[in-house]
Design a protein around this ligand. Sequence first.
Ligand code: MG
Length: 158
Amino acid sequence: MRIGMGYDVHRLVDGRDLIIGGVKIPYEKGLLGHSDADVALHALMDAMLGACALGDIGKLFPDNDMSFKDISSMLLLKRANEKILENGFTVTNADITIVCQKPKLSPFIQKMRENIAGVLSLPIDRISVKATTTEKLGFEGEGLGISAQAAVNVIQKI
Ligand code: MG
């Protein structure tokens, strides 16, 4: 059994869709990034790769590779999961915390869990997604960006 952690931050800007946990969330701004900038899935993938000591998403999906431009992070998650499966690992559970002042994420949490559980072929009760604010403190609190943290447990197949 192994544990991994992941952390990611993206800037909130005008003119981009806001996609978190594979859910398109109605909001006046979106996250800036080379892919769709899905901060929650990026933290999750880094936790998965970290648990298996297989590097990080920057190594797996370089941001100078145009094939990843605006790509759905749901697809990247599928590929990251294939990578860890190829190396003999399986995710057993994941816990993600999204730090976001606005918009309110609670209506979308269940759909995020379903999306992630679907890609990882896990029952939904193995996937936890939580959202918190920072009481208007820091870059998340000022609405400049959104961060996410993830912890993942994997088992190594014998
Ligand atoms: Mg990222």
